[in-house]
Design a protein around this ligand. Structure first.
Ligand code: COA
Ligand code: AMP
Length: 631
């Protein structure tokens, strides 16, 4: 067996040989002409000329090779008291009929479909149904408010939207249909049809002529066959937060995605066909796309759709119960989930109640695994706890401990080494390559490996500007960090205005845009501060218009409510303070990073370009009034 270093070196020095071999694990209806087309940088394309169907690779071929009776998907929903299992044959039948329903509504190859659903099996079925007929899905996280959904509708222009009557968040039932109706009203681009899954908790009124009941639509539909698509055709668009209020439509292609995800299951996660793999995330995030839906099914493993939370559904033993009931080998979740469990069950009493014989590894991502959480989890589980770093843009790990190749000793706080395919490089602000231990901007030398975004949906220009132009020849990740003398990568946080709240990626710019619409506000800054449970939460500093007399007590609840209704409760925006002015550079850039450090009582160097250093003292005083900057 080759060592990590040999495999890594080959992935960089012989890209076509390396990924061409990996692609043999996927079933193609037409083999590619070229593994990597690098003729038009920075737009690289993988497996050009190849044709395949991702749904065929995720379902049909496993049935043909004798896995039809194996569980493909287990739906475990403590919030509804349901456990339902689908074999590969059953899942394929459901998907083919859902695909047939889409065909009857006029959806064909290349059309877009938005999916706005809670964690129910129909969400996965809807995604795979789109893939089956070559339609491009765009899943929108159920926690986003109508305005955010409307922005995505206008960008993706879906022919059909698939949704549900409600989601269940712990003990709360959240009606989705009014949110959907409002979003469609706000959007300029109207879908021709909607398919609504009526859940027993809420019966949503349907709009005649536009809305169709899921059960009725699927029951009578003619099962659809797989439609072959080009390797370079989009499988999905997934919107993610950028630095402005307009999210970025990350495009995922079919061929490179299938190849990389399959490879990752074997080499990163050490999973074999037939084993049970559980990503406790949501289909609305990239983790859900890659590791609830596509990767486990491409491999022929069993995946789990969990409709619950790490705590409160019903207790902090929920994860251990699921692992024990379904013989889970690998759990993948966000560190915040472990911090939540630790808070409620610090001694791990619930953990001890379950037989976890099949459980081998815990993988964490979405935010940095802080050393405290790492030690608590690894002392409790007595199993490898693996931090790995990735982004919506890549769809799979950029750095991680590849357990299927050669496990390395863990250094707490580091996701270990670059995953084969990724030439992670640290640069300074001028693009100079930095050496071991030197902290700078984390980039990846292009071309990026398969599955990574080929561009942004209908926006090559923004793709170049956001990722490729800042450091030509390198992909700009938006993260800061360093690589130590042993090649271990350390990701220390974003260098842009994106923050990470409970593993959810959010734009402070988007929140500022909402706050700025309040008539009392002249200008504002939103930035992330440390939070013991969620990693980071946003706070705001507000400058009032001249002559405005509104008090903080009156203003802040208005701003909190505006962000809940315009972006969604997941933004977790709860605190703000009024200040006389914001600290800025001489060219007018607001110094959010410096304010974050002051709020967290961390040391900072006075920015040489600051316009008036005395503002920082005022900011510190204001932050103290809302409980920050006082350590
Ligand atoms: N639909 C509607 N609302 C949602 C939602 C959804 N799918 N998901 C979250 N929300 C709401 C919550 O109900 C909450 O609303 P509230 O302010 O009215 O209470 C708000 O958004 C914040 O949610 P969350 O950040 O999840 O906080 P929480 O206190 O409910 O739970 C954790 C905290 C740590 C238990 C939870 O964040 C968690 O399980 N995190 C795991 C992280 C994860 O899966 N990340 C995905 C990337 S791997
Ligand atoms: P998302 O696109 O929502 O997956 O968020 C990606 C961002 O989350 C990255 O750019 C990082 O800032 C952060 N992130 C994800 N995983 C990790 C990790 N393991 N360590 C540090 N940061 C992480």
């Amino acid at each position: 067996m080759s060592s990590y270093q040999e495999i890594f070196d080959r992935s960089i020095n012989d890209k076509e040989g390396f990924w061409g071999e990996a692609a043999e694990a996927i079933t193609w209806s037409k083999k590619w002409d070229k593994v990597l087309d690098d003729s038009n940088p920075p737009f690289y394309r993988w497996f050009v000329g190849g044709e395949l169907n991702t749904c065929y690779n995720a379902l049909d071929r496993h049935i043909e090779s004798g896995r039809g009776d194996q569980d493909a998907l287990i739906y475990d929903s403590p919030v509804t008291g349901t456990v339902k299992k689908f074999t590969y044959s059953e899942l394929k039948d459901e998907v083919a009929r859902a695909a047939g329903a889409l065909v009857e509504l006029g959806v064909t190859k290349g059309d877009t479909v938005i999916i706005y659903m809670p964690m129910v099996p129909e969400a996965v079925i809807a995604m795979l149904a789109c893939a089956r007929i070559g339609a491009i899905h765009s899943v929108v996280f159920g926690g986003f408010a109508p305005n955010e959904l409307a922005i995505r509708i206008d960008d993706a222009k879906p022919k059909v939207i698939i949704s549900a009557s409600c989601g269940i968040e712990g003990k709360k039932v959240i009606e989705y249909k009014p949110l959907l109706d409002k979003a469609i009203e706000l959007a300029d681009s109207k879908p021709e049809s909607c398919i609504i899954l009526q859940r027993p908790q809420v019966n949503a009124p349907l709009t005649p002529g536009r809305d169709h009941d899921w059960v009725e639509a699927v029951k009578n539909a003619k099962p659809a066959d797989c439609v072959m698509v080009k390797a370079t055709d989009p499988l999905y668009i997934l919107y993610t937060s950028g630095t402005t209020g307009i999210p970025k439509g990350i495009v995922r292609d079919n061929g490179g995605h299938a190849v990389a995800l399959y490879w990752s299951m074997v080499n990163v996660y050490d999973v074999k066909p037939g084993e049970v793999y559980w990503a406790a995330s949501d289909v609305g995030w990239v983790v859900g796309h890659s590791y609830i839906v596509y990767a486990p099914l491409l491999l022929g493993a069993t995946t789990i759709v969990f409709e619950g939370k790490p705590i409160g559904t019903p207790d902090p033993g929920a994860f251990w119960r699921v692992i024990s009931d379904h013989d889970v080998k690998v759990l993948f979740t966000a560190p915040t989930a472990f911090r939540a469990i630790k808070k409620e069950d610090p001694k791990g009493e619930y953990f001890k109640k379950y037989d976890l014989g099949a459980f081998k590894y815990l993988f964490l991502a979405g935010e940095r695994t802080d050393p405290d959480t790492y030690h608590w989890a690894s002392d409790l589980l007595k199993r490898p706890v693996i931090d790995h770093w990735w982004q919506t843009e890549t769809g799979w790990a950029i750095a991680g401990n590849c357990l299927g190749i050669e496990p390395f000793p863990v250094k707490p706080g580091s996701p270990t080494k670059a995953v084969p395919g990724y030439e992670v490089t640290i640069l300074d602000g001028d693009g100079k390559v930095l050496g071991p231990g030197e902290e700078g901007i984390v980039t990846v030398k292009t071309p990026l490996p398969p599955s990574c975004l080929p561009t942004l949906w209908n926006n090559d220009k923004r793709f170049r500007e956001s990722y490729m132009d800042p450091f030509p020849g390198y992909y700009f990740t938006g993260d800061g960090g360093y690589i130590d003398e042993d090649g271990y990568v350390f990701i220390m946080g974003r260098v842009d205005d994106v923050i990470n709240v409970a593993g959810h990626r959010l734009s402070t710019g988007a929140m500022e845009e909402v706050i700025a619409t309040n008539p009392a506000v002249a200008e504002c800054a939103v930035f992330g501060v440390e939070d013991g449970l969620k990693g980071q939460v946003p706070i705001g500093l507000i400058v009032l218009k001249a002559g405005e007399t509104i008090t903080e007590e009156e203003l802040v609840p208005q701003l909190v409510q505006a962000i809940r209704s315009e972006i969604g409760a997941i933004a977790c925006f709860k605190q703000a303070a009024i200040v006389k002015r914001l600290p800025k550079t001489r060219s007018g850039k607001v110094l959010r990073g410096t304010m974050s450090k002051i709020a967290d009582s961390k040391s900072y160097s006075m920015p040489s370009t600051i316009d008036d250093p005395t503002t920082l003292g005022e900011i510190e005083e204001a932050l103290k009034t809302i409980g920050y900057a006082s350590k």
